[in-house]
Design a protein around this ligand. Sequence first.
Ligand SMILES: Cc1ncc(C[n+]2csc(CCOP(=O)(O)OP(=O)(O)O)c2C)c(N)n1
Ligand SMILES: [Mg+2]
Length: 643
Amino acid sequence: MKNYTKLANCIRFLSIDAVEKAKSGHPGMPMGMADIATVLFHDFLIHNPKDPNWLLRDRFVLSNGHGSMLLYSLLYLTGYKKLTISQIKNFRQLGYITAGHPEYEPDAGIEITTGPLGQGISNAVGMAIALKKLSKEKKLSKAPKVYVFCGDGCLMEGISQEAISLAGHLKLNNLILIYDNNNISIDGPTDLAFSDNTNLRFKSVNWEVHSGKGHDHENIYKLLKKVQISKVPCLLNFKTTIGFGSPNKSAKASSHGSPLGSEEVKLTRSKLSWNEKPFQIPDKLLKIWRNSSTKNLQIYKKTKSISHTTLSNKDIDKLFSKIEIDLKDFKSDQATRKSSEAILHYFKEDHPILGGSADLTGSNNTKGKQMSVLDSMNTAGQYIHYGVREHGMAAIMNGIAATKIYKTYSGTFLSFADYMKPSLRLAALMKINPIQVFTHDSIGLGEDGPTHQPIEQINMLRLIPNSYVFRPCDLKETIVCWREALKIKDAPSFICLSRQNLPQISNKKLDSKKFKGAYVIYGPKINNDITIIATGSEVPLAVNVAVRIRGDGIIAKVISMPSTSVFEKQSKTFNNNLLKSKSSETFVIEAGSTMYWNKYTKYENIFGLDNFGASAPGNEVFRKFGLTTEIISNKIIRKIKTK
Ligand SMILES: Cc1ncc(C[n+]2csc(CCOP(=O)(O)OP(=O)(O)O)c2C)c(N)n1
Ligand SMILES: [Mg+2]
């Protein structure tokens, strides 16, 4: 056996020294998990630092992302080119990839962004799903594995239960969760707030569970060996000591999140017999680390040429031109969620697409008719029944999207976007591209009432930097929005769709080849008196208003704006020209909170609602909140005539 203690101390002291130099960070976790990480990387993890993007590598996820120096140390020691010693010396500094918490950088071996606890476990479930699916499609004998480190915090977070429950159900035997069971979190010993029987908890959701000693290299090796051939996901529950090696701070919360301090660093060096200068790794040890992945070269050579296909923009354009032509004569009123379904029916079995819904398949209309269900028997399926687990679903989708193997989408009601927000934000931060289909997108859903009627959600989504919000008004707009969302490589998309039927009105007006997020759907392009912007189900309402006020001599142009995000990326000239009117009065109609629209016009010109909806048929709820042709027309007429 190798001298794991010395190898592990390389991780410990790189972490201690980096945190010390940065004057901030979390030394306790890397010190506590160094032994397990060392055995894992030397003897089990299949990766190639010289080719970080090797498709069939194992994935390593640090769900307890505060221990980021553990990951950076491992990547430096094993020889990832982007992770130089200068990166380690500049931990937490501007412009370096060694950020406070790991930030997605696959070229450097950072497989996912973590930090918000619980997310990484769930991301790993998505990676395991994608890798099993890929392996089945490629007829490989086994799937790459996903190893995840997590701490007490990740397991206290509710999202972890959603993810492990689905992982157990799907029998993801390529998923190995390694628990840093150190009984410490920030406030002190975990018994302040946490008395779960973690092993029983995992067993109850069909995991294989083993307990081990996290500083006993033989024991760590034995358990990692054991789980290589499991039929279900595995938990390795290792008892560890946070801050291992620090005479005064080990096993204490004080080692969690601040530098040890120069005195304590000295004492730790002495205790662990580490006589090197800060950031210095003895050549002999570095060489062993650098050679640790040579064991993988054979499998690397055998599988490096295996690749996966993606849907190119050209493929997408071709498919969507066909959809547009096929459906161009569709004239009936139809909910946009149904229009969306009509599009999904065009996806083929061999398209690299992985859809799903959080138990609302029949309401979100998210399942294309040829899509087979992905389950423990059919690991190559195209559709996941996520169950009622929205937060878990969004994080699992991030894991799928981060592998870049499949384009993933799924559905729930727009009002439940709140349940998913932390993961939606992380998708945007990581620049990955899952698509969320949010149906029942306004008070127009009616009788299910205010708990289900979204108000502020669409604007919550619009406020997430680097994300795309779509809210089409009919079938043709839905086709264009789906096409655009599928093409986006570096941001998540949110497609908001109606429950209620809507007329087909964009046919002649929307130039689908030149989509700029907004266009004139009714009225003259120039020399109009006023401008009315509307989105989704309120576009037909806006057109009715424009027709009605024409009788009073007011000429309005109606702008349908199915994507504020796309529109706001256009040139100022284009945008100003589109919105221009003789009176410079712009009105907005959207059945949701008004605040976002302040940048387009003044508060009194916005027809929306800053209140919760009501339990009643949809058109009555619209009337209650003043969103009818008559009420809006009268208000506009009064305003313009008294100007
Ligand atoms: C969602 C979320 N809530 C709170 C935090 C702040 N936080 C960071 S680490 C931590 C304690 C985690 O305890 P544990 O996982 O046991 O880590 P250890 O101290 O053992 O390294 C907390 C509360 C966070 N990062 N994410
Ligand atoms: Mg802990």
